[in-house]
Write a protein that binds this ligand. Sequence first.
Ligand code: ZN
Length: 243
Amino acid sequence: VSDGVSRRQFLTAGSFFGWLPFIHPKHIQIAGARFRIVRNGKSRRRYILIHGDEETAREVLTRHMKARQGIAFLVENKTRNVPAGSGKIDPNRMFSREGAARSLERLNPGLAANQMKAALAEIEDGLDHFLRALLPTHGGLLVALHNNSEAYSVQDELAISDDRSIREPQNPHAFFLCTEPADFKILANSGYNVVLQHSAGEDDGSLSRLCARRGIRYVNIEVGAGRAGRQQEMLQWLEWSLP
Ligand SMILES: [Zn+2]
């Protein structure tokens, strides 16, 4: 067998394994939240759309992944809350048991104790698998895209943040929320609003709190619903500026 043949066999085997669905699945699920996985090239960047009704963020991230390398997780549910057991939960509260329990209680008044237990078990069953797929390795960055309405802005985060840079006080709905001081330093030069949540605060079960706890670089880009141009601009700024 010449070197040429064995090399060719090796390359064929490599592309064969690359297509096996269990190595590169196109979907991943945790409780009733189903995510489409979009891969583009090789990069340690990770992206997530976790709230199904945030259509502006969905549109911006979908377009972004056509041009940028990385792996994106886009929730396929169209509603903000997703099924968990016989109840529903905010998917951005599934990342700790306390946070999940509180979200389930709030959204499902009258949920029996055994139903609560079953819903929490369903979330916990899928959590490790989901996080292994989602979280970046080797100092990579996880970017989450969210949209808000009148009810929520950077003002709600100030009291529980370690640091802040409010360069656009007239536009409180557009801001970065990050977990790493080094990223905060860079983002604070952007001219956009930024808050840092690095130290252990109240664990609400959100992805940002989990990343802060585990020392994972996480940046959330929040803008008002419908402000696609602004969200794209902030995402672009982040891509050019953060390592
Ligand atoms: Zn959201």
